[in-house]
Design a protein. Sequence first.
Length: 223
Amino acid sequence: MSEPEICSMSFYLLGERAAVMQSNSERIDLRLQQQIWHISSALAKTGSCIDLVPGMNNLTAIFDPLETNGAAILEKMQLFFEQANSLDLLGREVTIPVHYGGIAGPDLCEVAAHCGLNTRELIELHTSASYLVYFLGFQPGFAYLGGLPERLNTPRRAVPRVAVPAGSVGIGGSQTGIYPATSPGGWQIIGRTKLPLFQIHRTPPSALLPGDTVRFVVENDDA
């Protein structure tokens, strides 16, 4: 990899237990995300990190300072960044059945009206796309998905709900996602899946991982 690409990244320690690789650009870059997933996978194989947290344009490696030197982690990060090849990390294809509308999707009609569609057209458009898991955050197992058709972009609710049921499929701005557990939330809820997104005793515990491709399919025809 050329020097200009290496210089576009910052590598630094965050306290005594974390090493960070951060892009100097805020632009969403799929190739960079693929490199981050590759580096996270490569670091995991070394056994030198307690945890690895891939984010959007960044990677944080948590380590035990009594067992590992932070400078050594940074050196590995830079080396793996130079060697990163997006073809080395192939994500899975995950199909998620969704019950759209009704009690499961209380905002379906409102979102359809905002988008100038009827509910059937909205469901067809939502299920026609292929979504990429960029990173996990907000709560364990919550996947930030890229690929929502622009026509479906819908602002978040003006007043968030106190409790959004686990499995709820929502749209928030230019993203769609699934709530792994019941929690407060302001996304527009259009459906729900019975697929468990996060189980602590499963390996790995999250059903979706960075680099995976997601397709939604209709589990009902109530729209």
